[in-house]
Design a protein around this ligand. Structure first.
Ligand code: SDX
Length: 383
């Protein structure tokens, strides 16, 4: 039995999912059957959210209704704003978003027993849509607050991506930037049983509520081996400075056995299927902002690392510099990942609820052999 241990559940298939298919053999990713590259090139993120939750892309009428509902729940509520304002300015933005989701959940399930808090499929779909709609305000306010800037209210005349950028920067973003941001949201939206999604499913499997599952998923995503890597990629870029410093920096880092953030993946072993699409978005941003230096550093580090380790970039590698060019603070990057992945997480929560089994694996015990308390006399019942 103990030889069967699969540390990190590497390669272990634990359930079915109809939401997405990650295929390392063909280096592909399908959302409900659609290649993610095709969705990123043709769809607004709102339509992909609809696809993940409902299983189909929306008709024009359905998209119009979806957008109208999303606009109803964009604004930061007074209680969420009040709780964010209680946090220290230095609080990590992931902790800020985690706290905000917790407050929303506590409010929505107030008065309900644990069993009642689970809600019906219809209630959980509504909860998912409300959380999706408010993430931009939470993330944008967090960055502005840290910069000493005022809250910016959402604009109903802007769709999801453009409004997110408006609330963050207080100006209408150029279409090139809106498109790159929209693509990043779609690429980050869903990725099967990654650590944060599986965390959400484990929490859901105990019949806990959707908010608790999302709070747990945020905790998992914060880790630099997972979502926190996009923040760490920029730290590396800042350390290196410019392309001419890459080789000495890399030699030193590898000699120190450092993990180079933005590279490697548990499932993709010959490159992450999403990277070409996000890299194209990065290239369009570097041209738009006239920053060839960013691309030179990006390409040099990739070439030198792949040459040495044969380990390829994952989505976090192009998304970090792309978000930096858009003007987001490095600490805001992983909250952007939350804003996107909240669609995939909640789709998995609802899928788990629809066909649930408590997730409880076994462990191989390797502690001390059985031993007893000196002088203890077992009772009749214990014998
Ligand atoms: C995401 O699962 C998902 O789908 C996640 C995600 C999603 O969309 O949800 O795709 C998002 O989390 C992407 C990954 C972001 N994380 C990083 O960029 C952090 C850096 N990457 C590594 O920590 C690592 O590649 C992992 C954690 C991503 C995957 O690790 P594995 O599959 O557990 O493999 P491993 O750590 O055992 O590495 C195998 C070997 C090791 O060498 P040895 O110890 O056997 O000699 O490869 C080496 C590792 O040291 N290695 C790296 C490396 N990644 C692997 N060495 C240096 N730098 C790296 N980035």
């Amino acid at each position: 039995m103990t030889d069967d241990i699969k540390k990190g559940l590497a390669g272990v298939v634990v359930d079915h999912t109809a939401i997405s298919k990650v295929n390392p053999e063909t280096n592909s990713l399908l959302y409900r059957g659609y290649p993610v590259q095709e969705l990123a090139a043709t769809q607004p993120f709102e339509a992909v959210a609809h696809l993940l939750w409902h299983g189909e892309l929306p008709t024009d009428e359905e998209l119009a209704a979806f957008r109208a509902a999303e606009r109803q729940h964009r604004a930061l509520t007074p209680e969420v704003r009040a709780v964010i304002d209680l946090l220290p300015l230095e609080a990590h933005p992931m902790d800020e978003v985690r706290t905000a989701v917790s407050v929303i959940g506590a409010g929505d399930t107030a008065g309900a027993s644990a069993l009642k808090a689970v809600g019906t499929p219809e209630e959980n779909l509504e909860r998912s849509k409300r959380l999706f709609a408010m993430q931009p305000a939470i993330v944008a306010y967090g960055q502005r607050r840290r910069r000493g800037q005022e809250l910016i209210e959402p604009r109903d005349d802007l769709d999801y991506a453009a409004n997110f950028l408006w609330m963050t920067f207080g100006e209408e973003a150029h279409p090139t930037v809106v498109d790159a941001f929209n693509r990043s949201m779609i690429l980050y939206g869903e990725h099967s049983f990654n650590a944060s999604t599986f965390t959400a499913r484990v929490i859901t499997s105990t019949l806990s509520d959707l908010y608790s599952a999302v709070v747990g998923a945020i905790g998992a995503l914060k880790g630099p081996l997972h979502g926190g890597a996009n923040e760490a990629v920029l730290d590396i870029f800042d350390e290196i400075g410019e392309a001419s410093n890459v080789v000495p920096w890399l030699e030193r880092a590898l000699a120190e056995k450092r993990k180079i953030m933005g590279f490697g993946h548990r499932v993709y072993k010959r490159g992450d299927s999403r990277v070409p699409t996000m890299q194209a978005a990065l290239e369009s941003l570097a041209e738009h902002y006239d920053r060839p230096d960013v691309l030179e550093l990006y390409r040099t580090l990739e070439r030198e690392f792949v040459e040495r380790k044969g380990i390829y970039p994952n989505l976090d590698y192009p998304s970090g510099p792309a978000y930096s060019l858009m003007g987001f603070d490095t600490l805001t990057f992983t909250p952007l990942f939350i804003a996107a992945r909240i669609t995939g997480w909640t789709a998995h929560v609802m899928e788990q609820q629809a066909s649930n089994a408590l997730i409880r694996p076994l462990a191989a015990y390797n502690g001390p052999d059985e031993r007893h308390i000196e002088g203890y006399v077992p009772t009749e019942a214990e014998l």
